[in-house]
Design a protein around this ligand. Structure first.
Ligand code: 5CU
Length: 380
């Protein structure tokens, strides 16, 4: 049996639990699953995005055995599974509240019934869901956090970027951040809406919203959260960003400069903007070694900005240091292979990227492959 340090752990892997898939099937407007048959076989289509004409959807989205088969095929020991977008965003508050409670119980059971990896570890853990919709009461949100924190196999929550309608810089969320900080639940921040696109008139399918819109959405949401002082007020919040934080690492020095030139905004923050990147966690779903190395550089550098607005000339920082906040993910069951290959190219590319980062030691790579996740989710 592999030692814990050499485990492969997938922290970005989704499910539409059967109860949620049934809800999508019952709907006549987006998001929905359009049920159909072709040549006597199910030919269901998932329609969740703007201008979505529907993509094939099947048991790989809801069947736990399919998740385990996928994990076995790729040597993944343990997965921290999250409900896929758009979560409960489209439901009225009372329905979102009861659906969140039921889905959290369903996910707990999904994990509890999974095989054991060791006498003390299961193969599946999960991120629960909050009923984050307009009109929901703070009491309901806090009750959902309380519920999740008591479920043994749920180690965090997945959250979109809209909060309760006004985004993640809404003061109404302060009690939510406080409760998440207190309970230690990891917050997996994930996009759904993309951004108002300058996507043009050419038919590029979903390439632009998925490749650029999703990561920009995460970038903007996280930046607004930083600018609102959320990470100053709740410094122990554990926030994990999808798709390696989008373009936030690339734009963080520009962001810091723009803040410095705006005294009103600057006065709201305790630190240089770059400092906060060292407080975040990043999935390693970036598909390229250069991108992963860059994110880890930015994270390594962050500590120098705790009291400064520039890195001292004699400062040293190691690339590997930042890798401690990066975690392997697959985005399963999205991006399936188009040809009948055994392994999914999307997974193979992300693993190869981790393996090829210049300057990461084998222990850094082992951390990103699984060790960091086991620590972050308190599974060691
Ligand atoms: O391909 C897609 O639409 C998606 C999606 O909706 N959510 C996700 O996490 N990855 C890909």
């Amino acid at each position: 049996m592999a030692s814990l340090g050499s485990r492969l752990v997938d922290i970005h892997t989704h499910v539409y639990l059967p109860r949620y898939a049934a809800l999508l099937r019952s709907r006549t407007t987006v998001p929905r699953i359009l049920t159909a048959t072709r040549d006597g076989k199910p030919d269901d289509k998932l329609i969740i995005l703007d201008h979505d004409t529907g993509r094939p959807v099947g048991p790989q989205y809801w069947d736990r055995d399919e998740k385990l088969k996928f994990m076995d095929r790729h040597g993944i020991d343990l997965s921290v599974v999250s409900s896929a977008n758009p979560w409960l965003d489209f439901l009225p508050a009372p329905e979102a509240e009861s659906m969140a409670a039921q889905l959290n119980e369903d996910l707990e059971q999904y994990c509890a019934d999974s095989p054991s990896l060791t006498p003390s570890l299961k193969r599946l853990y999960g991120f629960g869901m909050l009923p984050l919709v307009p009109g929901i009461s703070t009491t309901a949100l806090l009750a959902a956090i309380e519920q999740i924190s008591k479920l043994s196999y749920l180690k965090g929550i997945i959250m979109g970027t809209r909060g309760v309608g006004k985004g993640l810089d809404d003061e109404a969320l302060d009690p939510v951040w406080a409760a998440l900080e207190r309970t230690g639940l990891v917050v997996f921040l994930h996009p759904h809406y993309s951004i108002e696109g300058q996507w043009g008139e050419k038919d590029n399918g979903h390439v632009l919203p998925l490749a650029l819109g999703f990561p920009f959405e995460t970038t903007i949401a996280t930046t607004r959260l930083i600018l609102a002082g959320v990470l100053d007020r709740f410094p122990a919040l554990r926030l994990l960003l999808a798709h390696s934080g989008g373009v936030l690492p690339q734009l963080s020095s520009r962001l810091a400069s723009c803040i410095e030139h705006d005294p009103v905004v600057a006065s709201r923050l305790k630190h240089d903007a770059r400092y906060y990147l060292g407080k975040l966690y990043f999935d390693a779903v970036a598909y390229g070694p250069e991108e992963l190395g860059f994110v880890s550089d930015v994270v390594s550098r962050a500590k120098h900005y705790e009291h400064n607005t520039s890195v001292p000339a004699n400062a040293t920082f190691e690339r590997g240091l930042g890798s401690g906040r990066m975690l392997f993910g697959t985005d399963h069951p999205f991006f399936p292979p188009l040809k009948g290959t055994d392994k999914w190219p999307s997974v193979v590319e992300n693993l190869r990227a981790i393996d090829a980062v210049y300057g990461w030691s084998s222990s850094d790579k082992g951390g990103v492959r699984g060790g960091n996740a086991l620590s972050l989710f308190d599974l060691v």
